[in-house]
Design a protein around this ligand. Structure first.
Ligand SMILES: Cc1ncc(COP(=O)(O)O)c(C=O)c1O
Length: 459
């Protein structure tokens, strides 16, 4: 959909008190009809989007630094993506790749094979969501290795279906009253350089964190020859926007090689160019065995995939499939998305990401509430603390900054207990980044000075 003539292209324009009258009506309906399990931070009711701008149902325009949780990689309704969807929708909506053939399945698989972070040949299995990709990886790892155990990490988020949820270890609420989950999953620490023991060497700390698996888990709990996979986010997302140090990932690879274990990387949030490379794991040079991708792959159409070394995907017909997985319309959106990311998204993510990091890298020195900033490309976290010395986390400061930014027309989300994440579309401009950062900085200063009134959206 083209932008409405009234829509600005660069920054936010707030025209009503938030939420506006139409938003209020829809939220009231939502509260009556929709599952109360969703976590909405603020009352944003979207109507249309273009690039990094989303317009709500009352004509307010927001600068979207959440990208629908890192999904609208090419921006909202990129004209090339929309055209590809429209063309494909008029030709074939669905056929089911589980029982029939169609060319889109192989076209996208060949494309993914070209950009995969490990040498080919590869094979691809399609699904519709990140959780489905993780389910497929989990099942394939067990199938291929004929082993039961899987190692995942504290802070990890891999989705909410039962298998994926068993690997997820981010918030207790996500697991509460759903046990027993899939057995055989063991969680181990994930490195957080900002919170490593005072005085410790960063490399040594990261190496030791990985070695916990050999030193403790394999010695006391899981015989290594019974371990199918280590599943890791090379850049932890929901857990707090934490990039894994290179040496940590190298150690995981070494451990996997030594014991015949598969290294599965969950790139659902960090992949598809978000960190300025196709995959976050590429920053380390480590080659995984299975890659999970979803979110940004199709700019908002539901699609996921696992890409594996061909030798790993050795399951036989009937082992695993999904009716909708690899839907031709979603694949058409993915092909256009890959074109755009390749042409401009990767470079832009690096350039604008560096621009953002240049601007915010001195925030921890200048702003008392900011303990740490970290990121790669356009996957950037700002961690809030109540006290710089003790590093006591401040969820409250983070939440208030998120709310105040919304009131000023900038959409951001939290992650982890006390981190604010920046995950704009990969086509965001430096000018838009400056507008968002000016707003966020202003909000941090207001919260820091206690000089603000929290919006009361119920009024
Ligand atoms: C790293 C990671 N894996 C898996 C998922 C689950 O994806 P979905 O919500 O599409 O099932 C997410 C979602 O946030 C994620 O960030």
């Amino acid at each position: 959909m083209p932008p409405s003539s009234a829509m600005h292209v660069d920054g936010p324009t707030i025209r009503t008190k938030l939420p506006g009258p139409n938003a209020r009506r829809i939220i009231a309906e939502d509260q009556r009809l929709i599952s109360p399990s969703y976590t909405r931070s603020y009352p944003m009711v979207a109507k249309r989007g273009h690039g990094a701008i989303v317009e709500d149902v009352d004509g307010n325009e927001f600068l979207d630094f959440s990208a629908g949780i890192a999904v609208t990689s090419t921006g909202h309704c990129h004209p090339e993506v929309v055209a590809a969807i429209q063309k494909q929708a008029a030709e074939l909506l669905h056929m089911s790749g589980t029982d029939f053939y169609y060319p889109q399945l192989t076209e996208l698989a060949a494309r993914l094979s070209k950009i995969a972070p490990m040498p080919g040949p590869h094979r691809v299995h399609y699904g519709n969501s990140g959780a489905e990709a993780v389910e497929a990886a989990l099942k394939l790892a067990r199938y291929h290795t004929k082993r039961q155990y899987v190692i995942a990490f504290y802070g990890a988020f891999h989705g909410r279906t039962m298998g994926a949820l068993s690997l997820t270890c981010s918030k207790a609420q996500q697991r509460r009253r759903f046990a027993p989950l899939v057995p055989g999953v063991v969680h181990v620490p994930y490195p957080n350089l900002y919170r490593r023991p005072a005085g410790s060497d960063a490399e040594q700390y990261a190496r030791d964190t990985a070695r916990h698996i050999e030193d403790w888990v394999f010695r006391t709990e899981v015989p290594p020859e019974e371990c199918a996979a280590i599943v890791v986010e090379p850049f932890q997302g929901e857990g707090g926007y934490l990039p894994a140090p290179t040496v940590f990932l190298q150690e995981l690879r070494r451990i996997c090689d030594k014991h015949g274990i598969l290294l599965v990387v969950d790139e659902v949030q960090s992949g598809m160019g978000r960190t300025g490379q196709w995959w976050a794991i590429e920053h380390s040079g480590v080659e995984p065995d299975i890659v999970c991708t979803a979110k940004g792959i199709a700019s908002g159409m539901p699609l996921s995939a696992i890409i594996t070394r061909a030798s790993v995907m050795d399951w036989v017909p009937g082992s695993h499939a999904s009716t909708f997985g690899g839907n031709p319309v979603a694949i058409a959106a993915a092909m256009a998305t890959l074109d755009i990311i390749e042409r401009e998204g990767l470079r832009n993510a690096r350039e604008v990401g560096e621009h953002i990091m240049d601007r915010i890298s001195e925030w921890p020195e200048r702003l008392p509430l900011v303990g740490d900033v970290r990121g790669r490309g356009l996957m950037i976290g700002i961690e809030f603390v109540a006290d710089k010395k003790t590093k006591a986390p401040s969820a409250e400061a983070r939440d208030h900054v998120v709310d105040l930014a919304f009131e000023r027309g900038v959409l951001v989300l939290g992650c982890g207990p006390n981190t604010l994440r920046l995950s704009p579309p990969l086509i965001v401009t430096k000018q838009q980044a400056d507008i968002a950062l000016d707003t966020i900085e202003e909000c941090i200063k207001l919260v820091g000075a206690g000089n603000y009134k929290l919006p009361n959206w119920g009024e």
